[in-house]
Design a protein around this ligand. Structure first.
Ligand code: SF4
Length: 67
C-alpha cells in the first residue's frame, strides 16, 4: 500500500494523527502533516485507511501498489 500526501491540501487538523499516531504527526513549524514512516505494515495500514477517510481536506490517499 502506498500513501500519498498532498501538502497543499493539508490544513493541520490532525485527524490523521488521531487515527494513526505512529504514522502521522503535525509539524509545529509548518502546521502540516509529517509522515513518520514509509513502512505501512498490516498493523499500521488500518489506521492509515482510517486517516484517509477522516482527513477533512482529502489531503491523504492510498493505492495498492507494492512499493
Ligand atoms: S487530517 Fe488531513 S488536513 Fe489534517 S493534518 Fe492530517 S493530512 Fe493534514
Amino acid at each position: 500500500m502506498n500513501l500519498k500526501v498532498d501538502l497543499a491540501k493539508c490544513d493541520g487538523y490532525a485527524n490523521c494523527v488521531a487515527a494513526a499516531p505512529g504514522v502521522f504527526d503535525v509539524s509545529d513549524d509548518t502546521g502540516k502533516v509529517i509522515v513518520l514512516t514509509d513502512r505501512l505494515d498490516e498493523e499500521s495500514s488500518d489506521g492509515v485507511v482510517e486517516a484517509v477517510r477522516d482527513c477533512p481536506t482529502r489531503a491523504l490517499s492510498v493505492d495498492e501498489g507494492s512499493s
